[in-house]
Design a protein around this ligand. Structure first.
Ligand code: SAM
Length: 254
C-alpha cells in the first residue's frame, strides 16, 4: 500500500499502544485484537526523499507483537478489497503460525461475525482505520462499544472493548456541503443537529476538524462514561489530516 508521511505517525501511535499490552500487561490476561480495515500489511512511502521507504502496516505490526505475548492474543483481520486481502494473507506468511483469522468482507457486516467470537468479559482492542468517514457509520462503533461484559473491579462501569479510531476529519470538512448525509451517518446524528453544534463551535474559534472531533469524543464518552484521548495527526505543514481517538473503559473516570 502506498503511504504518506503521516501514516508513520499512525503506526508509531499504534505500536506504542500495543507495547502497553505487550510489555505493560505482559500476558496477565488474554487479548482479542481486531483490525477492521487492515489493508495489505506493508507500507511503501509515496515520496522519494524519505526513509525508511518500506515498513510494516497495522496488521503485520499487531501479528508480530502477538507472537511475543505470554498469553493468548488472537488477531481478527479484515480487508474488503479481494486483491489487497490476498496480498495481506501472503504478507502474513512470514509470521506463520499466528493465532487468528483473515476476513474479506465489508467491515460493517463482518463486525457481527467477529463480535460473536469475542467474549465481552475479557479484554479486546479494535483498530478502526478507514480511508474516509463514509466507510464507517456510527452504528458500527455503537455495536462494538455495546459489546459489554461484567463490571470492572471496584467500578460501576461495564467492561467495554478498547478502540483506536481514525476519524477522517479532512474528508468531513471537504464534504460539508457536497455530501452531508455521509457525515450524518458517520456521526450518527441528524444534519440539523451536527450543523448547529459545529457552527456554534466555529463561532467560538474552533475549526471544523475540532468540532467533528469533539462531537465524536462526546458521543463515545456518553457510552464509556470516561473521556477518550486523541492525537491530531498532521502534515509537515501542521494541518490536521485526521484524529486518532482512543477509548478504554479502564481509564480514570471524569
Ligand atoms: C487506510 S487503509 C488501512 C491501513 C491499515 N489499517 C494500516 O494502518 O496499515 C483502509 C483499507 O480499508 C479498506 N476498505 C475500504 N472500505 C472498506 C470496508 N467497508 N470494509 C473493510 N475494508 C474496507 C481499503 O481497501 C483499505 O485497504
Amino acid at each position: 500500500m502506498k503511504c504518506k508521511y503521516h501514516t508513520r505517525i499512525k503506526h508509531k501511535f499504534l505500536g506504542d499502544y500495543l507495547s502497553i499490552w505487550l510489555r505493560g500487561v505482559g500476558g496477565k490476561v488474554s487479548l482479542d485484537y481486531v483490525d477492521l480495515f487492515a489493508s495489505d500489511g506493508i507500507c511503501e512511502l509515496d515520496a522519494e526523499l524519505e526513509s525508511p521507504l518500506i515498513w510494516e502496516g497495522s496488521a503485520l505490526l499487531a501479528v508480530k507483537m502477538s507472537e511475543e505475548y505470554k498469553n493468548r492474543w488472537t488477531c481478527y483481520l479484515n480487508e474488503l478489497n479481494p486483491t489487497t486481502c490476498t496480498q495481506l494473507k501472503q504478507n502474513l506468511k512470514k509470521y506463520d503460525p499466528w493465532v487468528g483469522e483473515v476476513f474479506n468482507e465489508d467491515a460493517n457486516d463482518v463486525i457481527e461475525k467477529i463480535l460473536m467470537k469475542i467474549d465481552p468479559n475479557y479484554p479486546s482492542l479494535f483498530f478502526i482505520d478507514p480511508q474516509n468517514h463514509s466507510q464507517l457509520p456510527w452504528r458500527t462503533i455503537e455495536k462494538i462499544a455495546n459489546h459489554a461484559g461484567g463490571k470492572l473491579k471496584d467500578s460501576q462501569n461495564l467492561r467495554r472493548p478498547e478502540m483506536i479510531i481514525n476519524l477522517m476529519t479532512t474528508g468531513m470538512q471537504r464534504n460539508l456541503d457536497k455530501s452531508p448525509e455521509n457525515i450524518s451517518l458517520a456521526l450518527g446524528m441528524e444534519e440539523d443537529k451536527w450543523r448547529e453544534i459545529i457552527d456554534q463551535y466555529h463561532d467560538n474559534g474552533k475549526t471544523y476538524h475540532e468540532g467533528f472531533r469533539d462531537i465524536y469524543c462526546e458521543k463515545l464518552s456518553q457510552i464509556y462514561n470516561v473521556s477518550p484521548v486523541f492525537l491530531s495527526v498532521e502534515t509537515k505543514k501542521d494541518s490536521t489530516v485526521f484524529y486518532l481517538i482512543a477509548i478504554s473503559s479502564i481509564t480514570i473516570p471524569k
